[in-house]
Ligand binder design. Structure first.
Ligand code: PA5
Length: 475
């Protein structure tokens, strides 16, 4: 097939027929010439990435090849499994979403409610928000004497995470006295930041993040691996999958590189066909967290006002998450008949871990009798195929990544492919995928509002704006 990059025995394949004019019709889809025109730029970006790898400035890439950091992670995870019932991640954004994506994908949906002997590791709670109702509620229901808190912050100064840490530290001290230190594990920069300083002063156990690993590219570091290993996920297989994908994508040839091809397709869809939105829509509950993780990766890597030469950038696609088949009954009407401004990115699982046969009941009733004897997974896949086809028939762009199953090795491949796709797309837009200036600005204003020293200017600015009474309804 022309527009499909199957990874042979490698269990991940990528089908982009429904992006091309051969499937969608002239003017609707992309042409081969569109892709060929990007090939030169793909070579230049690839050469630059290779050079960066030689210079050691692509830590997100190198980390999956390095065994150095793995031993302490595995040791800490083993201690967590032996000593604790619960692991709570305190972190936000990239410091939380990777752990959640791995947990949802690779542990059973009911992992936390299984008895210890039926679980391969600790229970896991990712407390990424600071809603007092959720966070307070979680702390109230946990047995703190059986709980390890993994405080994760690369910068070590994110207000949400530090506030959670302060609350937890105080509650732990009340619950277990001077042994509170045993219940804290800090993952942060090796040298810098307030969290590192406190960790040193208090003597907390800690894991170090290699320099240059930002949150959304940290899933293969201690940020994602410690919680995964503590719950019993085979992180060696995960890394092996990532390495396999890195090898697969070590070519500038778009036709051999699924990550670059996917990045190129989305770039062209946005630039040439005005598709300003990409919808990540897995047909698997277990991959809902992967969709959430991808949306952050895409949004924070590409959503920049200026390129690396400080020139204004046309905004890249806005990522949206969706879930099949559920959102067929919620969003699909809009995707199909609403504005033609989206690329729908499906993920399907060819062999789900469970088979659930639909019983042959009411065989004489044609409206439901036809379902009997089929498997539920078969119905799910049929719905994905039908939705992709129906969209294509209307000339609407869509891609499909098909996974053989959901295993650590396959998820390692998938996440690494998406990371490379984002970095490559950033190369096409000319933006830096590893910074987040707008997020930092929001953080500074919040510091000012909460009275952090050094942020008085931000506080004054906020007060002045809050003082403006125009354009508000008071009800
Ligand atoms: O991807 C990112 O870099 C961000 O989402 C960060 O992970 C998030 O802002 C939290 O930052 P930190 O890990 O420094 O606490």
């Amino acid at each position: 097939m022309l527009a499909s990059l199957a990874m042979k025995a490698h269990t991940v394949s990528f089908d982009f027929n429904n992006m091309m004019e051969s499937a969608l019709g002239r003017g609707k889809g992309l042409s081969l010439a569109d892709l060929q025109a990007l090939q030169m730029r793909a070579r230049a970006i690839h050469a630059r990435m290779q050079e960066m790898r030689r210079n050691g400035t692509t830590p997100f890439y190198d980390i999956v090849f390095s065994e150095n950091g793995l031993r302490p992670i595995l040791d800490m995870a083993e201690r967590a499994r032996e000593r604790f019932e619960n692991l709570v991640v305190l972190g936000i954004g990239g410091s939380a979403l990777g752990a959640r994506a791995l947990h949802q994908a690779l542990n059973p949906g009911h992992h936390n409610s299984l008895p210890r002997e039926k679980r391969s590791g600790t229970r896991l709670f990712v407390a990424d928000n600071i809603d007092p109702v959720t966070f307070g509620g979680l702390l109230d229901q946990l047995d703190l004497s059986q709980t390890l808190f993994n405080v994760i912050s690369r910068s070590g100064e994110t207000a949400e995470t530090l506030a959670q840490f302060l609350i937890v530290r105080e509650r732990l001290e009340r619950a277990v006295g001077p042994r509170y230190k045993e219940h804290l594990l800090v993952t942060t920069d090796a040298e810098r930041g307030p969290l590192r300083e406190i960790t040193r002063a208090e003597g907390f156990r800690s894991l170090a993040l290699p320099p240059g690993i930002v949150g959304r590219y940290s899933v293969f570091s201690a940020v994602g691996l410690l919680p995964a290993a503590a719950t019993g996920i085979d992180v060696r297989a995960l890394l092996a999958g990532a390495r396999e994908m890195a090898g697969r994508c070590d070519t500038a040839d778009l036709w051999k590189n699924p990550a670059y091809m996917n990045g190129a397709l989305h770039f062209l869809a946005q630039r040439k066909k005005r598709k300003g939105i990409c919808v990540m829509m897995p047909y698997s509950d277990s991959l809902a967290g992967v969709a959430e993780w991808f949306c952050q990766l895409w949004a924070e890597s590409l959503g920049k006002e200026r390129d690396i030469k400080r020139k204004a950038v046309v905004a890249p696609q806005c990522p949206v998450r969706s879930l099949g088949a559920t959102d067929q009954h919620s969003q699909l009407q809009l995707y199909m008949d609403g504005p033609d401004d989206k690329v729908i990115d499906f993920i399907r699982v060819e062999k789900p871990a469970h088979a659930v046969e639909i019983p042959r009941l009411y065989a004489d009733k044609s409206d439901l009798g036809y379902l009997g004897g089929h498997d539920l997974g078969e119905l799910l896949l049929a719905e994905q195929t039908a939705t992709a086809m129906a969209l294509a028939k209307k000339g609407r762009m869509n891609t499909t990544v098909a996974l053989d199953g959901v295993t650590p090795h396959i998820i390692g491949q998938l996440l690494f492919m998406f990371q490379l796709q984002a970095v490559f797309a950033a190369g096409l837009y000319g933006v830096n995928p590893f910074d987040q200036p707008a997020v930092e600005e929001g953080k500074r204003l919040a510091y000012g509002m909460m009275g952090r020293g050094g942020f008085e200017k931000e506080r004054r600015e906020l007060k002045a704006r809050q003082g403006e009474k125009n354009n508000r309804f008071i009800v």
